[in-house]
Design a protein around this ligand. Structure first.
Ligand SMILES: *Cc1c(COP(=O)(O)O)cnc(C)c1O
Length: 409
């Protein structure tokens, strides 16, 4: 005991110096894991973030005129270029605008509060969702001062339901993406296009809480039918809210993009000041959006992870299992399904492989906890009393570390 004292003291000091927020190895196979910080940033985003953070920057200074400017300027044109399908329309900044806030929850709240305080907002009963972490549409609506007017039923809402609920008190039509669940079977709701037409016909603004921030489509990863920002924008939704750190693959933020007059009204809301983001967010977001405009979007980590072939993951699993030397562990390579997560594409799954790990004496829960105590911590998951380490979400440069960490158990 006494002999171990120096080592114990050294450990104690070491622990005291350690940061609370630390990098971990995400071996859950969930690409956008909210508990693990959602989207990892690309190299370009990191480089831009560091160069902007290291010194001063033109956050609110127009370098031409020397006058004060708006921080949203730094991403407005690149957002609009991305949404116009890269064909930069010179006139677009006259018609559309962009506001960046802390997250999509803030974007939705701010839009409702700015455009519909004290007036009715029509929402389908099938879209009164809880996204997670306390974000529930009816509660956000109430806090924003808007009056919720439910239309249709949980499983079926028709255009006629919106039409008959319209009245002098109506301030907004709201469409909410059913991010983290799906309604199967006897169900219907109007297409976004039909709602756009209704909005045009009646002069009522259509606001969409799009959520996922998916830009184009996930078809190249074999995932069909996930609605995208490009589709919403192209079909003429007046105002859209989306997350920056879900399928966009950027920093945590909320993006409001839409008609210039609506954006101007939101900009006048004194609450915007409470929701605005810092230079680090603009730097990372601007760089991420520019990468989406380039030919090769695989520089964005989540794009790369979605695109890895399962055979390649199997090969890596076998290699790590072969390199791990620990007589207390039994390792196997098994087929699994990775998830996109983060409240997006609930039905989508990606075929993958995992290392299944069993310990001679520890239960799966004990083994999972032991993995979390490693440095860096390894985060796995349990299925059928076995710990699974899905390598889809582990960058290959960690493979050698993973083998030696497992060997140390
Ligand atoms: C994820 C999501 C939100 C919340 O986004 P955050 O950026 O996490 O605040 C809101 N609405 C929808 C439809 C979502 O999918």
């Amino acid at each position: 005991m006494v002999a171990q004292l120096p080592e114990m003291i050294a450990n104690h000091i070491e622990l005291g110096r350690r940061y609370s927020l630390r990098p971990v190895i995400n071996a859950t196979g969930v690409i956008l894991h909210t508990n693990l910080g959602r989207a990892p940033l690309s190299d370009a985003a990191l480089r831009h973030l560091v160069e902007v953070a290291q010194g001063y920057c033109n956050l609110e200074l127009d370098l031409e005129s020397g006058l004060r400017s708006r921080r949203d300027i730094h991403v407005e044109s690149v957002v609009l270029r991305v949404l116009n399908g890269a064909s930069a329309r010179a006139t677009d900044p006259d018609r559309h605008g962009v506001i960046i806030v802390n997250n999509c929850a803030a974007a939705t709240f701010l839009a409702l509060n700015s455009l519909a305080e004290k007036s009715e907002v029509l929402v389908s009963r099938g879209e009164l969702v809880e996204i997670g972490g306390g974000f529930r549409i009816p509660e956000i609506m109430e806090k924003s001062g808007a009056v919720l007017k439910e239309v249709g039923t949980t499983n079926r809402t028709r255009l006629a339901d919106y039409e008959s609920a319209l009245g002098p008190e109506t301030g907004l039509l709201l469409r909410v993406h059913q991010s983290n669940f799906s309604i199967e079977g006897f169900s219907e709701r109007p297409s976004l296009q039909e709602l756009v037409e209704l909005a045009k016909r009646t002069g009522i603004t259509l606001f969409e809480d799009q959520g996922t921030g998916l830009l184009s489509s996930l078809e190249r990863f074999g995932i069909n039918g996930e609605p995208s920002l490009l589709q919403s924008f192209a079909c003429g939704v007046d105002l859209i809210a989306a997350s920056g750190d879900k399928l966009l693959g950027g920093p945590q933020c909320g993006i409001l993009v839409g008609r210039k007059d609506l954006i101007e009204r939101i900009r006048k809301n004194p609450l915007l000041r409470a929701f605005r983001v810092d230079k680090l967010t603009y730097a990372a977001l601007e760089a991420t959006l520019q990468e989406h405009l380039s030919e090769d979007a695989t520089t964005i980590p989540i794009e790369r992870m979605m695109g890895v072939l399962s055979e390649e993951i199997m090969r890596r699993c076998r290699q790590i299992a072969g390199q791990t030397v620990c007589s207390d562990l039994a390792l196997n390579v098994v087929p699994v399904v990775s998830l996109i997560g983060g409240g997006t594409a609930p039905k989508a799954s990606l075929e993958s492989f995992a290392i299944s790990v069993r310990h001679v004496t520890h239960t799966a829960a004990e083994l999972l906890a032991a993995l979390r105590r490693l440095e860096p911590p390894i985060i796995g998951r349990i299925a059928d009393d076995t710990v699974l380490l899905d390598l889809r979400t582990v960058p290959p440069e960690f493979d050698a570390d993973l083998a030696s960490l497992l060997s140390s158990l």
